[in-house]
Design a protein around this ligand. Structure first.
Ligand code: NAD
Length: 480
């Protein structure tokens, strides 16, 4: 397979090119380096029709039969991690080793869901009858992914959807379609035609997919604003939805931590993938007693990090992924400047350079109401916020429309856990962040989402229960 060109959609087991194409830009250079298919409405109809046609046989293959193929799919993806990671770095910007981890993560998700059991609940609570509740697939799933972890987040949907017996039409972000298109094309050699289809296109394609009458469920990861539109579009036919949306995660740092030992981990909790992670630390609440020491340690950490093109060995931080996002982060930096907030480091963006690079920017205790605290910047900028007592820190952390993740940092895990239980978010990590697993439920509270990904709860989002009520006494005994 040519991983450098010939980017095509996969529909019904065939590779499909389009007359129209969309340029894909390398964020490290700001220049287009490839062309992706631009799917029209007829081709989307073909993809949905192929998925519908493939559904009955895939469903009837049963969980064990599907597991064998999903495991093979995971192995195949892992075997092609080399070329896939290179492609991912070029379109997304992240360093090569992080791109490799993302590809391996996608493979791991496939193999983990291959192993997961779909439970059958048996009950006796109706006299003379036994009940069996089976989890059956919904039909065709439309999977929509964002640009920060394009491949991994697509497979967070593909793996459980396929395991449950659904077929899939996946749509990557127009900013990062390439690795997903190649991965899906690769998997056509393992999966029956039409089971997994990929389409790519511009801004109209998402709404076409969510509004398509042949789609039974939408699984969406992206911004809260778009999530609202997806939900409205699904209402018409009561399509099932899973929405994983934005976050503005707070980290609360208690005064009993070993500051120098923890500083690098706290730094990376905010800046991995250049801050473009839904569960990155986006508000850092630090106890006043250690504020100055931790701030100095984070500044020292930032100064040591090479930022640049992710393909260059040694690069630890890549660019922001696209121009729109670059401008948004720039706007928040400018707002800090206008409001007179102090930068501990960063804050100066070189607008003349190629590529969308924003230096690591730490903002010194801006007011709680400022934009840099209240909005999800989704880039390498972090407000450090001083607190004096833990009740105040918890209240400020919870005063937020989002509720995706959060973390508590302390030398005393029991003390940290007591604080964790008070945070209104789907996940709270202690002395860590972003530890995620296919077997552990991940969900957003408040406006961070609806439904669950991962774990058994995540698998069951792709099923609907069917209860069969079976008489336990022979028909003759019930006749009068
Ligand atoms: P986005 O909402 O702009 O786009 C996400 C996807 O939706 C893209 O594929 C896009 O083409 C598509 N889309 C756009 N408009 C659509 C519409 N009207 N109908 C259907 N699809 C549409 O988000 P983004 O900028 O790609 O990603 C960044 C956001 O995603 C951040 O807010 C981040 O926090 C969030 N995110 C959340 C999670 C999570 O698991 N909760 C994970 C990663 C990213």
């Amino acid at each position: 397979m040519n991983f450098d060109g010939d980017f095509a959609m996969s529909i019904g087991g065939r590779t499909v090119a389009t007359a129209a194409t969309l340029p894909v830009v390398n964020p490290a250079t700001g220049k287009a380096f490839a062309a992706a298919p631009d799917c029209g409405p007829e081709q989307l109809d073909d993809a949905v029709a192929a998925a519908r046609a493939a559904f009955p046989a895939w469903r009837d293959l049963g969980p064990d039969g599907r597991s064998v193929l999903l495991k093979q799919a995971g192995d195949l993806l892992a075997a092609q991690a080399g070329p896939l990671k290179a492609l991912l770095t070029r379109e997304q910007g992240k360093p090569l080793d992080e791109a490799a981890a993302e590809v391996m993560g996608a493979a791991y998700w496939l193999k983990s869901f291959a192993r997961m059991e779909i439970p059958v609940a048996v009950g006796q609570s109706i006299p003379g009858q036994r009940t069996e509740t089976h989890q059956v697939p919904l039909g065709v799933v439309g999977a929509i992914a964002p640009w920060n972890f394009p491949l991994l987040l697509a497979f967070w949907k593909i793996a459980p959807a396929l395991k449950a017996g659904n077929t899939v039409v996946v749509k990557p972000s127009p900013f990062t379609p390439l690795a997903t298109l190649k991965a899906v094309e690769l998997l056509q050699s393992v999966l029956p035609p039409g089971v997994l289809n990929a389409v790519s296109g511009g801004d109209e394609l998402g709404p076409w997919l969510t509004g398509h009458p042949g789609i039974d469920k939408i699984s969406f990861t992206g911004s809260t604003a778009t999530g609202r539109r997806v939900m409205a579009s699904a209402a018409d036919r009561l399509k099932r939805i899973t929405l994983e949306l934005g976050g503005n995660d707070a980290a609360i740092v208690l005064p009993d931590i070993d500051v120098e030992a923890m500083a690098p981990k706290i730094f990376w909790s905010a800046f991995r993938n250049s801050g473009q992670i839904c569960v990155a630390t986006k508000r850092l609440y630090i106890h006043a007693d250690i504020y100055d020491r931790l701030a100095a340690a984070l500044v020292a950490q930032a100064a040591r990090l090479p930022m640049g093109d992710g393909t260059v060995p040694g690069t630890r931080l890549g660019p922001v992924q696209n121009r729109r996002q670059f401008e948004r982060v720039q706007e928040i930096v400018e707002d800090c400047r206008r409001q007179g907030h102090r930068f501990l480091c960063g804050g100066a963006i070189d607008g003349a350079q190629d590529g969308y690079f924003v230096p690591v920017t730490l903002v010194d205790d801006p007011p709680e109401a400022s934009r840099v605290v209240q909005e999800e910047a989704f880039g390498p900028i972090l407000p450090l916020l001083k607190f004096h007592d833990i009740d105040e820190a918890v209240a400020r952390a919870n005063e937020c429309e989002y509720g995706l993740g959060g973390s508590v940092w302390s030398g005393d895990p029991a003390r940290a856990q007591a604080v964790a239980q008070r945070l209104e978010t789907g996940t709270v990590w202690i002395n860590d962040v972003q530890a995620l697993s296919p077997t552990v439920a991940f969900a957003g509270h408040k406006q961070s989402g609806i439904g669950v990904e991962n774990g058994l709860d995540g698998l069951l989002e792709y099923c609907v229960p069917r209860t069969i009520v079976i008489p336990t006494v022979p028909p003759a005994d019930t006749e009068h």
